[in-house]
Design a protein around this ligand. Structure first.
Ligand code: F6R
Length: 248
């Protein structure tokens, strides 16, 4: 596991984007797993810049997103479809036919989850999975206690996560989805390479446990220690509690 400590959020984002861009240049038809949330926004901004100013070509990549709320239409402003489209895909030349985001409106969610796993396999697996991390160490919607071998499935959101997210739904708990489709921890671990980003003091404890703590399902991100090619990039605040010596 390579841990890179950067000073600022912007430096963290540019460093992360370098890894993604290097993969796309080396393997134009790479399969890339994307995350939503505030953390990767800077990385996506830098990828857009690389596309516009340096011609980074997304036309042959295939994408798989980590998760999506159940019950939100793709055009709902809080859906992860909407997020990905607005924050990355519409600004680059990714081929919509090769973009995969879990379908929160699927009629048969269990069957959809099986299909999602099959699709990942059919494309030869994910080359690089981008991850954020929750303050409690969650990855995707795999909250503490999730099976470390889990696959794509429907999960009930914890009350804590729903309350945290209420601000995006007019502070009305009735509007906050109760379920999400998420890649499992096993699905994430199958990716050839992982890139986890963390920014801000709210993530410092989670990063300390993830990098220097014991592996436990109670902090799902700790499983990243078992991955063969994982890079964790943190800014100064997120890395503040690390005591080991890491690359700058
Ligand atoms: C998003 C996702 C989540 C976030 C995590 C951190 O697709 O899977 O696990 O990565 O909740 O969110 P932010 O980046 O908003 O702090």
């Amino acid at each position: 596991m390579l841990v890179i400590k950067k000073e600022t959020y912007d430096e963290m984002s540019v460093e992360g984007a370098k890894i993604v861009a290097a993969l796309i240049r080396k393997k134009p038809n790479a399969v890339i797993g994307f995350a939503t949330g505030s953390t990767p926004l800077g990385l996506y901004k830098e990828l857009i810049r690389l596309h516009k100013e340096e011609g980074l070509d997304f036309s042959k990549i295939t994408t798989f997103n980590l998760d999506e709320y159940v019950g939100l239409r793709p055009e709902h402003p809080e859906s992860y479809h909407y997020f990905m489209w607005n924050n990355l895909f519409k600004h680059v030349n990714a081929d919509p036919r090769h973009i995969h985001i879990p379908m929160g409106m699927a009629d048969d969610i269990d069957r959809f989850c099986e299909w999602y796993e099959e699709q990942i396999e059919e494309y030869g697996g994910i080359d690089l999975q981008i991850l954020g991390i929750g303050a409690n160490g969650h990855i995707a919607f795999n909250e503490p206690g999730s099976s470390l071998g889990s696959r794509t499935r429907i999960k009930t959101l914890t009350e804590e996560t729903r309350k945290d997210n209420a601000r995006f739904f007019n502070n009305n708990m009735d509007e906050v989805p109760k379920y999400a489709i998420t890649m499992g921890i096993g699905t994430i671990m199958d990716a050839w390479e992982l890139l986890l980003l963390a920014s801000g003091s709210g993530k410092a404890d989670a990063i300390k446990m993830t990098v220097e703590g014991p592996i436990t399902a109670m902090v799902p991100a700790t499983i990243v220690q078992m991955h063969q090619i994982a890079t964790i990039i943190v800014d100064r605040e997120a890395g503040a509690k690390l005591t080991g010596i890491y690359t700058g």
